[in-house]
Design a protein around this ligand. Structure first.
Ligand SMILES: Nc1nc2c(ncn2[C@@H]2O[C@H](COP(=O)(O)OP(=O)(O)OP(=O)(O)O)[C@@H](O)[C@H]2O)c(=O)[nH]1
Length: 341
């Protein structure tokens, strides 16, 4: 069983994988950490820096709340505004303020700077519900369906995820079920060039049929993972949402227990709309996990708090750039610290 998570460690000492450690992980009988088991601190730090950089504006907005000398109503009001501005949403903001006041009382805090630390704890605790590893190995193959709105970063994330999986010694078969956009198939074919990766693709074909063929081929060829890339669509496009439901049903026909994971890729810059996307795609597909991309740009990051409070679906990975290594497992405490740094 493969479990894509990172061992708990403080962000400053957090580490990235070495090929040797990853190779060792492939032979371990139990669930193992293959994402980042061993040293390479600079790479890990570089990745964290990109996350912090992306969320810097949110961090400095919140930080100014704690520059005063007193813990009073004004501080909490300013914090409420800063959290709402960071896309945290009304419900999560209310929850965080209440929780923070309780913590401040319990800790008998007297300095605003202490409150900032307690806020980091409150956010980390709220986000904890989203921290869960993607597990591979209980099914052969594990079928992962990936959906999202146009341009959210689905194909890029599938490419990065494929590398994570292939680096761990897992064989992957890609299904190019985005049969509309030729560039999407070509983009996916680039990843398929790697030796452990094959692709099932069909120009202009029916996405459900391509998915069926891929799952059948994945089973026949004893692949570990079948990744199904679907075309981007908006939740308001009813016929395209129905098509997604059909893809899922047809995948189930090919393999009764599949899909084993249904992932939604969301662009971290979409703000509160991301929550609406999660709800809509979950209604149609029954989501099992999320990938949040583009947290290296102008994303505010608070929407993860809203998701944790209102629709807690695990965040398996977050993306902080366009390169292969820019996909990382989600760590609630690390994210909370990046949000406030
Ligand atoms: N900065 C940044 N860019 C990203 C990230 N993930 C994806 N992108 C970029 O976002 C753009 C869209 O990515 P795609 O992977 O093509 O998105 P998609 O969801 O497959 O698009 P459609 O198939 O059209 O729906 C590309 O330019 C990617 O390089 C990320 O984490 N950070």
């Amino acid at each position: 069983m493969f479990s894509f998570f990172r061992k708990k460690s403080p962000p400053e000492q957090a580490q990235a994988p070495t090929p040797a450690a990853a190779a060792a992980a492939t032979t371990a009988p139990e669930a193992v950490s293959v994402a980042e088991p061993a040293p390479a601190a600079p790479a890990r730090q570089g990745w964290l820096d990109r996350l912090k950089n992306g969320l810097r504006k949110t961090g400095s907005n919140i930080a100014t709340v704690f520059t005063g000398t007193r813990i009073d109503d004004d501080l909490y009001e300013e914090l409420e505004t800063a959290l709402l501005m960071a896309d945290t949403g009304v419900k999560a903001t209310e929850h965080l303020l209440q929780d923070l006041k309780r913590r401040v009382k319990e800790a008998k805090a007297t300095e605003p700077a202490q409150v900032k630390g307690l806020l980091a704890d409150a956010i980390a605790d709220l986000l904890q519900v989203l921290q869960k590893p993607l597990e591979i190995g209980a099914h052969h193959p594990t079928v992962i369906m990936v959906a999202g709105v146009n341009g959210a970063g689905k194909t890029t994330s599938i490419g990065k995820l494929t590398k994570h999986l292939a680096d761990s010694g897992l064989s992957v078969l890609l299904a190019a079920a985005d049969t509309f956009r030729a560039a999407a198939r070509e983009q996916l074919a680039v990843w398929a060039d790697r030796n452990t990766v094959e692709i099932v693709s069909q120009e202009g074909g029916d996405p459900a049929a391509v998915s069926f063929d891929a799952v059948t081929a994945g089973r026949a060829r004893a692949r570990d993972v079948v990744l199904v890339d679907t075309a981007g669509r908006l939740p308001t496009q009813q016929h395209l949402m129905h098509e997604l439901g059909k893809i899922k049903r047809v995948v189930q026909k090919a393999e009764a227990s599949a899909p084993h994971e249904v992932l939604l890729v969301i662009d971290g810059n979409t703000g509160q709309n991301a929550l609406a996307q999660v709800k809509a795609f979950d209604d149609t597909l029954g989501l099992t996990g999320l990938i949040v991309t583009k947290l290296d740009g102008t994303a505010k990051g608070g929407v993860l708090c809203a998701i944790a409070r209102e629709k807690p679906i695990p965040v398996y990975f977050i993306g902080v750039g366009e390169k292969l290594e820019d996909l990382e497992t989600f760590d609630a405490r690390e994210f909370a610290q990046a949000l406030l740094s």
